[in-house]
Design a binder for this molecule. Structure first.
Ligand code: GDP
Length: 194
């Protein structure tokens, strides 16, 4: 048998190319205007650019993340791209999702009520165990705050969800959303393979 050339994946020391990178489908939910697109753009491109919003269909963006424990995961982040104005999203949106981020705007109490709607929507539509993280975005707008940190935290705890307050504008806690989800999935026996 001729020797096969050794191929290493991702240029990482000691990692065989044949090892598939775990993929995590993460769906974004939340009222229009809470900052879902801005959070994704901040995370994937490192920018705050409200004008470059994706507007057609339910688009997704991929982003590979190196975790602190040395493993790599690939997020497929699905954005509703405006479809959230309908009562329910298409089943395809939820299919295969192992994580969901439900976003509200801390300066908008109504968006927090809508977040609760999306949590029940998720519980109806997502199959199997799904990691849910509740995110209170626009934490930079402290003077306009309408939803206290405790309110968000308590609701998340009661519903066994992770919780984070973020700012797509300043980048505060944005990467932390995805790290927390990946860690939780790893604790649940590994990230789902789509
Ligand atoms: P989506 O409809 O949920 O996707 O919301 P967008 O991402 O389009 O954001 C709606 C608006 O909120 C944008 O015009 C942004 O300027 C603003 N925005 C989003 N995130 C933040 C944030 O963290 N802080 C502040 N101050 N504004 C934000």
């Amino acid at each position: 048998k001729p020797d096969k050339p050794e191929i290493r994946g991702l240029g990482q020391e000691g990692e065989p190319a044949s090892v598939a990178i775990p993929r995590i489908k993460l769906v974004l939910l939340g009222d229009s205007g809470v900052g879902k697109s801005c959070l994704v753009l901040r995370y994937v491109r490192g920018q705050f650019d409200p004008s470059s919003k994706v507007t057609v269909g339910a688009a997704f963006m991929s982003h590979s993340v190196h975790l602190q424990d040395g493993t790599t995961v690939k997020f497929e982040i699905w954005d509703t791209a405006g479809q959230e104005r309908y009562a329910s999203l298409a089943p395809l949106y939820y299919r295969g999702a192992s994580a969901a981020t439900v976003v509200y705007d801390i300066t908008n109490a109504e968006s927090f009520q809508k977040a609760k709607h999306w949590v029940s929507e998720l519980q109806k539509n997502a199959s199997g165990a799904i990691v849910i993280i509740l995110v209170g975005n626009k934490s930079d707008l402290t003077e306009q705050r309408e939803v206290t940190t405790e309110t968000g935290q308590e609701y998340a705890e009661r519903n066994s969800m992770l919780f984070m307050e973020t700012s797509a504008k300043t980048a505060a806690n944005v990467a932390a959303i995805f790290e927390a989800v990946a860690l939780k999935l790893a604790g649940n026996g590994g990230a789902a393979q789509l």
